[in-house]
Write a protein that binds this ligand. Structure first.
Ligand code: ATP
Length: 238
């Protein structure tokens, strides 16, 4: 069996009387792709923030490839080789596509290699025609692709994505799916997502959150067919 690259043990996060993440035991293996789903307020974002270092859990532990990262900041986690895409943009609007990706690459590689990696990444993301356009001028889907480029250019072995398909057109979602599949050839990926079309097209194993706890963890087809999940957590649209 492939190595466990991410694990949480009894991860719990309380905000006053609200238990936003409740005793979550989660395991992800090398090159696995896992979508985290669940209704609004189920605890997905809280779990994601605890894993990425934006929040420190009240109880429990987080491990990445054997390192205990429970109290680490996001930049320390990134330095392990973990790519993180939060919901808040990390691109700079007054720099162009090449410059944005180059700056991300430069954090991990010497200047020449950063340039080569940036050129490669622009090709992989099909951003060649807009490589010299400032981010502020780009459409939402293009900006999201650049955001993914910032994460992927560092050759991460684990990628954590918060709602990468949010607000995208069907065509952009398709393109994002292809890029994530390619990234998944070398990296394990966790995706928090609401977009059911995207989840159906990309997911295999899905973890369903409800009231802070893991309700179900199974193949996407069985999860979508589960009456409890369909009726109570995903609604009729699922
Ligand atoms: N900073 C906070 N302070 C107080 N309560 C919080 C905080 N963050 C989250 N919560 C509460 O924790 C619970 C889980 O919220 P969370 O945002 O993790 O759910 P979610 O599944 O990500 O929801 P959504 O899909 O709407 O983003 C909710 O009841 C929410 O109100």
């Amino acid at each position: 069996m492939a190595e466990i690259v991410l694990e949480t043990q009894a991860l719990t996060m309380r905000f006053g009387g609200v238990t936003a993440a409740d005793n979550v035991n989660f395991k992800l293996r090398a090159r696995e792709l896992r979508c985290l789903i669940g209704p609004n307020g189920a605890g997905k974002s809280t779990f994601f923030k605890c894993v990425t270092g934006l929040q420190t859990p009240t109880e429990g532990q987080v491990f990445m490839r054997g390192h205990e990262t429970t109290h680490w900041m996001p930049h320390q986690i990134a330095s392990l080789g973990v790519g993180i895409k939060m919901q808040t943009p990390s691109v700079m609007d007054n720099l162009n596509v090449f410059e944005n990706i180059w700056l991300a690459a430069r954090r991990f590689y010497p200047s020449d290699e950063a340039g080569r990696k940036t050129t490669e990444m622009i090709e992989r993301l099909a951003l060649g025609s807009i490589a010299r356009s400032n981010l502020g001028q780009l459409a939402h889907g293009e900006r999201q692709r650049v955001e993914l480029g910032l994460v992927a250019v560092a050759d991460p072995w684990l990628v954590l994505l918060d709602e990468p398909a949010a607000g995208m057109s069907a065509e952009d979602v398709d393109r994002m799916t292809d890029i994530i599949r390619e990234l998944n050839k070398t990296a394990a990926i966790v995706i928090v997502e609401h977009d059911m079309q995207f989840i159906r097209s990309i997911a295999e194993q899905v973890t369903v959150f409800h009231q802070g706890a893991v309700l179900m963890e199974d193949h996407v087809d069985r999860v979508m067919a589960d009456p409890q999940v369909r009726n109570v957590y995903l609604g009729k649209k699922a």
